[in-house]
Design a protein around this ligand. Structure first.
Ligand code: ADP
Ligand code: ZN
Ligand code: ZN
Length: 720
């Protein structure tokens, strides 16, 4: 009886057939990664998704698989990938690509230890609680042997004092000592540990919990203990101590023998929470995020897979960490848009987190000071309304910028020169985002996209922030030769320079800096500084001594024509306000510069009125049938040629309308991007799964044609 394995090739093409039959006599489990021949001489990776004893095809013609050592996907994650593919209208192969172990091998190194100690010291220099007992060694020079040379003595002493270490360049010397039975030199896996920046305040020792934290924890314990788990929304104002609640909930989960998954927004920007977890729990914390090297990613993944790490703290992709027996899934700053993936599969880590929590019967704990209306409507809410330090939220002053020609209002400038530590938010990178010839009006645009280029003065380039096109800064206008070029629109780079001219010590954090974690740490440690940046600076950091928060151009987020623009504006101001006036003498304050001083989202944020804002927002959403009262699905067809894109879109419109799943709008023209003309269709539906199915069916007949024409079709379910 042949052993048939149904294998899904890990190839990204849409419209691929599903699993294919192969032979596998080794009876490898479902989830095993294998190498398979596919078509003419092509060998690809695949995942066994099912087993069978017979095949519908001629078994004599089936090809064998080759099992790839060490690369199997846990069954839960195989199942998850299949669900995910349907949920976001992607393919199972692509979804499996998210859950297969990272490629690569362990790094090995020669280690030296004293002969009478056991095993290499493991991780080496990584932080975490260090056990001092290790330093205790047998120092008796009992062995009767020729005297050691001075150099050998030094090596041995260093080993006694500092513990096991890599042999480094001195392998030969160590080998001599090994022959005399004093040390052991051996190959050991060397962990490539992610960096761990110490940012902001410490939480090594748990502080006594506040009343509000205790009552939140009581409810959390109840749900943790409950069969089948549940879900809670921790709606706590900034500074209410949500992290401490997470830490304690995690502790409780570990104590019951289960593991914890903690998701945070993109981590290079929020290293603090990782740091706090490592401080409290040490090396059983693994971190997974986009900033890791391939080797670090592989090692962290395996630390989780082998059970060495029992807590995962990470960004979006950490939701696929191979934890077993999960008891707690935390989504911190659950309103953050970085939880949604921008590439196919366009998954939302918050939905995946909910799936995993359900699968394990775990508690899903979402937390935010500015929760999404979606979560307010769907989850049981646990509130924390007070700051831990008992201080009031800082007063927010709305500064009217109509008829103010300068970047900074005089009020803002004065406050900035007075403040010891301040954070200034401007949601635009670069020096200026619009260059125009004063003589002929020529504007510098991207050759590939219908957008203007952004001047980056430091590196002397003009960049397209959409496609990555880069060109040198022009000396003259290409249209008329004039040298008089106007720079409109101020970005963070220019803001940095202008503030430095006021004599301030400025640190800038945005997507253009390479190590935001280091800069944030530096800001945390400074006596006097201004932190300038895009929305990254408003995210969950906790610096106890920030006296002033400033939002410049608060209207920038309102200008997006999108039903989420008010939510985004409210959240950004509230989050930034939360960074000011903690600790210290507590006279924090916030300034919001706007040309829309009476806008409800801005006024509500200034009054710290999250409940009021969310109530109004939810009512609006209901009236306009927007999420959470519907699901939006976006289809984008792109091609060099507008007519090709339009024809494809039109061909899909008909069956979509006929499927009768909800409102179907379009096709409408989007701005040209990366050299492609684009047509969009947007659906607003009640039943997500049925609509995704309808979309797939509508796309199926044209997928082949689109492929031949080299047109692209993008489907985004619940776009952000
Ligand atoms: P949030 O995430 O709710 O904005 P944080 O978790 O960053 O708030 O906590 C704010 C500060 O309060 C941190 O410095 C934290 O260490 C401190 N903190 C939290 N809980 C307590 C407590 N019970 N007692 C004293 N300090 C606390
Ligand atoms: Zn010109
Ligand atoms: Zn471009």
């Amino acid at each position: 009886m042949p052993a048939v394995a149904k294998v899904l090739p890990l190839v990204t093409a849409r419209g691929m057939p599903g699993a294919l039959d192969y032979l596998d006599d080794s009876l490898a489990a479902v989830g095993t990664v294998v190498r398979i021949p596919l078509g003419r001489g092509r060998i690809v990776d695949g995942v066994i998704v099912a087993r069978a004893t017979e095949s519908d095809f001629d078994e004599a013609k089936l090809k064998p698989v080759e099992v790839v050592e060490d690369r199997s996907v846990p069954p839960e994650l195989t199942e998850l990938a299949q669900w995910l593919a349907d949920d976001v209208a992607s393919t199972t192969a692509r979804a499996l690509g998210l859950v297969t172990p990272p490629a690569g091998k362990a790094k090995q190194r020669l280690w030296v230890r004293l002969a009478d100690e056991d095993g290499p010291g493991g991780g080496g220099e990584d932080a975490g609680p260090i056990d001092d007992a290790e330093a205790e060694v047998d120092a008796s020079p009992a062995r009767k042997a020729p005297k050691l040379t001075a150099a050998q003595e030094t090596l041995l002493t260093s080993l006694r004092e500092d513990g096991p270490r890599p042999a480094g360049d001195e392998v030969a010397r160590w080998r001599t000592l090994e022959k005399r039975g004093l040390v052991v030199v051996e190959l050991a896996d060397e962990r490539r540990a992610p960096a761990n920046h110490a940012v902001g305040s410490s939480a090594r020792v748990a502080p006594a919990a506040t009343e509000e934290q205790l009552s939140a924890l009581r409810r959390i314990s109840e749900v943790l203990a409950q069969d089948g788990g549940g879900s809670l929304l921790l709606h706590g104002v900034t500074g209410s101590g949500k992290t401490e609640v997470y830490l304690r909930a995690t502790e409780e989960t570990l104590a019951s023998g289960r593991t914890a998954l903690v998701l945070v927004p993109e981590i290079g920007l929020t290293p603090q929470i990782v740091h706090r977890f490592r401080e409290r729990f040490g090396d059983i914390v693994a971190t997974i995020h986009s900033g890791l090297s391939t080797g670090q990613r592989r090692d962290e993944w395996w630390r989780v897979r082998t059970g060495e790490a029992r807590i995962v703290v990470g960004a979006r992709s950490a939701v696929f960490a191979p934890l077993e027996d999960v008891g707690l899934v935390i989504v911190d700053e659950e309103h953050d848009s970085s939880f949604k993936s921008g590439e196919d599969p366009r998954y939302d880590a918050r939905r995946v987190a909910a799936w995993r929590a359900r699968h394990h019967g775990a508690l899903l704990l979402c937390g935010s000071a500015t929760p999404r209306p979606e979560s307010m409507a769907a989850l049981e809410i646990v509130r924390m309304t007070q700051r831990v330090d008992g201080r009031a939220m800082p007063p927010v002053e709305i500064v009217d910028m109509r008829r103010v020609p300068t970047l900074l209002h005089p009020t803002t400038r004065e406050a900035l020169t007075d403040a010891r530590k301040a954070i200034v938010l401007l949601n635009r990178r670069g020096w200026s985002n619009f260059l125009e010839c004063r003589e002929c009006g020529h504007a510098w645009g991207c050759p590939n996209c219908d957008v203007t280029l952004v001047l980056h003065k430091g590196r002397q380039t003009m960049d397209c922030h959409h496609c990555g096109h880069v060109e040198r800064v022009p000396a003259t206008c290409p249209a008329c030769g004039s040298v008089s070029i106007a720079q409109h629109g101020v970005g963070t780079e220019r803001l940095e320079t202008e503030l430095a001219q006021l004599g301030l010590n400025v640190l800038r954090v945005d997507a253009d800096v390479t190590d935001p974690g280091r800069l944030l740490a530096e800001f945390g440690a400074s006596e006097r500084a201004v932190l300038v940046g895009t929305q990254l600076v408003a995210k969950g950091h906790d610096f106890p001594d920030v006296e002033l928060g400033v939002v410049l151009d608060a209207d920038s987020t309102l200008r997006f024509p999108d039903f989420r623009s008010e939510e985004r504006t409210f959240s950004l101001i509230t989050q930034l306000a939360g960074r000011a006036g903690r600790g210290g003498d507590g006279h924090g304050k916030v300034i919001v510069q706007t040309t829309n001083p009476t806008h409800p989202a801005i006024v509500a944020a200034a009054q710290h009125d999250a409940d009021g804002f969310l109530a109004v927002e939810l009512a609006h959403r209901r009236d306009f049938h927007n999420p959470p009262y519907s699901t939006v699905i976006r289809l984008v067809f792109s091609h060099h040629d507008q007519t090709v894109a339009r024809d494809l879109a039109r061909a899909v419109m008909k069956p979509l309308v006929a499927a009768n799943v909800g409102d179907v709008l379009g096709p409408s023209t989007l701005f040209r991007l990366r050299g492609k003309e684009r047509q969009q269709i947007q659906l607003k539906v009640d039943r997500r799964a049925a609509a995704v199915e309808a979309v797939r069916e509508a796309l199926a007949p044209i997928e082949r044609r689109a492929g031949q024409q080299r047109a692209q079709i993008m489907v985004d379910v619940s776009p952000q």
